[in-house]
Design a binder for this molecule. Structure first.
Ligand code: PBG
Length: 303
């Protein structure tokens, strides 16, 4: 009766990794319980999510072939557009968030195109915009750019509007830190940078004013939902963003955060259910309206 923070299945967005092939259900070693799924299997996973009362999934694509430009990202016949169409046909009410980034699609693993070993911010924008439009055409409900190039929200908004998707919302990865917690994701998406790192475009973990600036800039350019990522080491950032904006705030409880809890639980060092719920409650208490989490299916069983 006096509890201040209540978790609900409707808080969650569940990530799904889509790969080429049929009947593929390939376990990701560093993320127990999470798989690389071919489109037909992603549909089955979407069914579980829907039946659990979780309103949304976010899709990441791992293409059959990667190239320097990440052209697979805007292929209308790529794994993500195909997965969107297949899932939408069966579960029209399930909200599909399409992650927009090049790192899963480039052979060098960076989130933008490269020249002289440097990510080219402005040359990357039209490619991201083209990818967003491809996912919109396939039927995505929310576009979520995770690349952290400057100006990409404005570029994507403009391209969506020109393609007659004026009312399609953008969830911006607004405050995305250069974090060691993405390690397992990069194994899942085979997107570890082949040289250098992402510190040129992702944020310094020591900064919070900069996060507020990035958020304000994305809102100015047309973001409808803003995200803080990762979540657990950034609860103060979630709180600060929450008090500053009047749009929904999302927090991404990322792969490394999930893997640590799974690994400790498998060793019998912590109680998985209890620690998971404590973490998710903490993220919500900090101010997150939406939580992207690999725990979603486990968590709803306890609600
Ligand atoms: C980039 C992207 C990443 C994640 C989501 N989108 C990885 C990165 O920036 O290297 C990480 C999510 C996670 O760790 O769970 N497209």
């Amino acid at each position: 009766m006096v509890r201040e923070t209540e978790l609900s299945p409707s808080d969650f967005i569940y990530p799904i990794f889509v790969v080429e092939g049929r009947s593929v259900r390939h376990p990701i070693p560093s993320m127990p319980g999470i798989f690389n799924l071919s489109v037909d299997q992603a549909v089955e996973e979407a069914r579980l999510v829907k039946n659990a009362g979780i309103p949304a999934i976010i899709l990441f694509g791992i293409p059959g072939a990667k190239d320097a430009r990440g052209s697979g990202a805007y292929d209308n016949a790529g794994v993500v557009p195909r997965a969107i169409r297949a899932i939408k046909e069966l579960f029209p009410d399930l909200q599909i968030v399409a992650d927009v980034c090049l790192c899963e699609y480039t052979d060098h693993g960076h989130c933008g195109v490269i020249q002289a070993q440097e990510v080219q911010n402005d040359a990357t924008l039209p490619i991201l915009a083209q990818a967003a439009v491809a996912y919109a055409r396939a039927g995505a409900d929310i576009i979520a750019p995770s690349d952290m190039m400057d100006g990409r929200i404005g570029a994507i908004r403009k391209a969506l509007d020109e393609a007659r998707f004026e009312s399609l919302p953008i969830m911006s990865y607004a405050a995305k830190y250069a974090s060691g917690f993405y390690g397992p994701f990069r194994e899942a998406a085979q997107s570890t940078p082949q040289f250098g790192d992402r510190r040129g475009y992702q944020m310094d973990p020591a900064n919070v004013r900069e996060a507020l600036k990035e958020v304000a800039q994305d809102l100015e350019e047309g973001a409808d939902i803003v995200m803080v990522k990762p979540a657990m080491a950034y609860l103060d950032v979630i709180r600060r963003v929450k008090t500053q904006v009047n749009v929904p705030v999302a927090a991404y409880n990322v792969s490394g955060e999930y893997s640590m809890v799974k690994a400790a639980a498998q060793n019998g060092w912590i109680d998985y259910d209890r620690v998971m719920m404590e973490i998710l409650t903490g993220i919500k208490r900090a101010g997150a309206d939406l939580i992207l989490t690999y725990h979603a299916l486990d968590a709803v069983k306890l609600l």
